[in-house]
Design a protein around this ligand. Structure first.
Ligand code: SF4
Ligand code: SF4
Ligand code: SF4
Length: 326
């Protein structure tokens, strides 16, 4: 969509940006949202893997990256391992607390010839995000603009969000955050970080930094219904395959791949911080997870509020890391 249409859509979506959907509203799947959430579309045939988007993301979030306190407290039980990327901030071939976007590449055969496909990877911003619906502390939330964000002021780093995410997207940094003041040996183990779809830029009416920086115009943003329609049309015209329309019940990040997704997924090097592109069922459609979310819904918002107050009393939060957390 063009810039004007984007700003119009963003203006309405941004009306609810300051307030996250509570766990209860996240669960209200059939309720009509006041405004249509925004989604993004990657045309993978356009991405050349230049990394300009990755650099732009890093620059835009330089003030939000963790500055851990060392030595780390010893955790009890000891099986909760420290995760430390503070000495590896330049790593850009996977997701880390300091790298919320990376370019995953794979070479597959197309029409009998090798074709290298570059896939910008970050949070998918799920329509029904298990990370938000199952966070015990209400630190992760889905926002009316369609983004899913983690409040790093109150996240305790227990990594529930990562364990329930089909792509294990959030990344933990130990030695930072509220757990240091609460129960450093027993609660969580740091803070979880991931793409926040440029919350601060969105509040100012700006596109995400990665979209603005792309010299190929590989990514667009707009109301989800229009993005889905655009993805279907692109796939029809090019014989491509769509990822994100139905994965995990639908996401607000869609890809159109020029090669079959099964081939692409098979060719990807996967591992921690390097998600795959497998077809994924709706995690929140599973009875046990839905029941867990229903039980958490009444308390998650209250707990999040209490943690927020505690964080403020401790002088943590926006003042500490220069980031205006939701
Ligand atoms: S991709 Fe993972 S971290 Fe992102 S919204 Fe979905 S469940 Fe949450
Ligand atoms: S939307 Fe913003 S936070 Fe997310 S990957 Fe792009 S630049 Fe980074
Ligand atoms: S800036 Fe655009 S072309 Fe370059 S890697 Fe990112 S999405 Fe691909």
């Amino acid at each position: 969509m063009n810039r004007r249409a984007f700003l119009t859509a963003l203006g309405t979506a941004a009306a609810g940006l300051a307030a996250p959907g509570t766990a209860a509203t996240v669960l209200a799947r059939d309720a009509k949202p006041e405004t249509e959430p925004l989604a993004t579309l990657y045309d993978l045939s356009k991405c050349v893997g230049c990394g300009a988007c990755v650099a732009a993301c890093r620059e835009a979030h330089a003030g939000a990256y963790p500055e851990p306190r060392k030595p780390f407290p010893e955790m009890s039980p000891a099986r909760v391992k420290a995760e430390d990327f503070s000495e590896a901030r330049d790593v850009d071939d996977r997701l880390t607390p300091y790298n919320w976007l990376f370019i995953q590449s794979a070479t597959v055969a197309k029409d009998g010839r090798p074709l290298t496909v570059h896939i910008p990877r970050r949070c998918m911003h799920c329509v029904h995000p298990p990370c938000a619906e199952l966070c015990p502390w209400g630190a992760a939330a889905k926002y009316p603009d369609g983004a899913v964000r983690i409040d790093t002021d109150i996240c305790l780093g227990g990594a529930k969000c990562r364990s329930v995410c089909p792509w294990q997207i959030p990344q933990r940094q130990t030695g930072v955050g509220l757990y240091l003041d609460l129960l450093p040996r027993y609660a969580g183990n740091g803070v979880m970080y991931k793409c926040d779809r440029c919350k601060d830029r969105a509040a100012k009416g700006l596109e995400p930094a990665c979209i603005e920086a792309c010299p190929q115009g590989a990514q667009t943003i707009g109301p989800r219904s229009r993005i889905v329609a655009a993805a279907r049309e692109l796939a029809r015209q090019t014989g491509g395959s769509i990822y994100g329309e139905t994965e995990n019940g639908g996401t607000n990040t869609l890809y159109v791949s020029p090669v079959p997704l099964a081939d692409l997924d098979a060719a990807l090097a996967k591992g921690p911080g390097r998600p795959g592109l497998a077809r994924t069922a709706d995690v929140m459609g599973e009875q046990a997870n839905l029941a867990g979310a229903v039980l958490l819904a009444p308390v998650a918002g209250v707990v999040a509020g209490a943690l927020k107050l505690y964080a403020r009393a401790k002088g943590r939060g926006a003042k500490e890391d220069g980031h205006d957390h939701a």
